[in-house]
Design a binder for this molecule. Structure first.
Ligand code: DOR
Ligand code: ZN
Length: 424
């Protein structure tokens, strides 16, 4: 029998069991076990009064950069940052170098992540090399352990290729994650199109560059019956399209990221390359629409799009800077702000950060029922701290939240009964 962990007096929030109560939770042999069911002599006992005990957080959209760009992040450093942020699992995007478009690379990622601080679920590429020309081998990647398919970083430009991808994914019961971007409209742009981009003299990316492609994915999901997930939703128009598609019963899910419900394009002022990402930060009505969509169920998940880059790609002119920001260690506090601001209840937040991603990806986790795998996050919702990106576990220091006063932190992250992060 492995070490027993006894979590006492925490607020257990388990939306799938409709549980929200102060209680104890016992863990043994990597599983949740009935309270008092085993000999607890020698157990690790934690008094968690005032803390939340929730199903391990799952980030379904992370860039780990290994293989190929280990100077930006490795599977080891990325999963340590994930654990520090309260995540017990992450899904990693295939835009590595080489691209994860085959079974061997999928297996490499899984083997390298064994024993790391968070579970890693590889997402395979839709097209070979994510070049948008020929489909990759979905079955081979699924056999190797890929949980979904995407060409994230780029859209699948060719609608016929995307249609075939969805048909092929449907027959393999795999999820398609769409990076929705009409590049004919976004080309030459590096921030949201509007008054600020004009004043700053920067090329703009209109909201329509996203929403047109969201509408295409909805139409193709309807045509093929495939399970389609829209990644990093940034705009009110996209939210409205997803809401009405869901109302019509189309098999679609969607995520947004903390930066889209926390920041607007104003963060770019001063040519701040740490506020540059794809899709770009939008206006205030978009930010409000994302918050409402998280509340009303139009969006199913909060994901970070954690995208570490080095200063070589970020300390350059704005239009040359790489897209993306790190997010694993700021996602939970920024999301908890939605609870404090009464946008979301606590249980809804845990749905968005744990149960939702588990359901969409079809992976374990998302519940604390007896017999469930013991992937658990302990949260102190009150804890205040100043986020210092230099001290981050991630190799990427490209955060627009550096120096922010944040509230709410993961105190402990437990993966299969093993404590992978403990706050000092
Ligand atoms: O901002 C982004 N960065 N968006 C993407 O879609 C890709 C990502 C990256 O890989 O850096
Ligand atoms: Zn993307």
């Amino acid at each position: 029998m492995s070490k027993v962990i006894v979590l006492k007096n925490g607020r257990i929030i388990d939306p799938l069991q409709k549980r929200d109560e102060i209680a104890d939770l016992w863990v043994c042999d990597g599983l949740v076990v009935p309270v008092g069911s085993i000999d607890s002599a020698g157990a690790d006992i934690y008094d968690l009064s005032g803390r939340w005990v929730v199903p391990g957080l799952i980030d379904m959209h992370v860039h780990l950069r290994e293989p190929g760009e280990e100077y930006k992040e490795t599977i080891e450093t990325g999963t340590r940052a994930a654990a520090a942020g309260g995540f017990t699992a992450v899904a990693c995007m295939p835009n590595t170098s080489p691209v994860n478009d085959n079974g061997a690379l999928t297996r490499f990622i899984l083997q390298t992540s064994a024993g790391c601080a968070a579970r890693v679920y590889p997402v395979g590429a839709i097209s070979q090399g994510s070049k948008g020309e020929k489909l990759a081998e979905f079955g081979e990647m699924k056999m190797a352990g890929a949980v979904a398919l995407t060409d994230d970083g780029h859209p699948v430009v060719d609608s016929q290729l995307m249609r075939r991808a969805m048909e092929y994914a449907f027959s393999h019961d795999m999820l398609i994650m769409s990076h929705a971007e009409e590049i004919a409209l976004s080309k030459g742009g590096c921030m949201n199109e509007g008054e600020i981009s004009t004043r700053m003299g920067l090329g703009g990316i209109p909201v329509a560059a996203e929403s047109i492609m969201v509408q295409r994915e909805i139409a193709l999901a309807e045509l093929t019956g495939a399970r389609v997930h829209i990644a990093h939703v940034s705009a009110e128009q996209s939210v409205a399209l997803i809401r009405s598609a869901k109302a019509r019963g189309i098999n679609i899910s969607a995520e947004s990221a903390p930066h889209y419900f926390t920041l607007t394009e104003q963060a770019v002022l001063g040519y701040n390359t740490n506020a540059k990402m794809s899709p770009p930060l939008r206006g205030e009505s978009d930010r409000q629409a994302v918050r409402e969509a998280l509340r009303d169920g139009t969006l199913d998940a909060i994901a970070t799009d954690h995208a570490p880059h080095s200063i070589l790609q970020k300390e350059v002119e704005f239009n040359f800077a790489a897209n993306g920001i790190v997010g694993l260690e700021t996602s939970l506090p920024l999301s908890l702000a939605l609870v404090r601001e009464n946008v979301l209840g606590a249980a809804r937040l845990i749905e968005l950060m744990s149960c939702g991603p588990a359901r969409i990806l079809g992976v374990p986790g998302g519940s604390l029922h007896v017999g469930a795998v013991a992937d658990i996050t302990v949260i102190d919702p009150e804890r205040r701290f100043t986020f210092a990106v230099e001290e981050s576990f991630s190799k990427g220091k490209n955060s627009p939240f550096d120096g922010w006063e944040l509230q709410g932190k993961a105190l402990m992250t437990i993966v299969a009964g093993r404590i992978t992060h403990k706050d000092s």
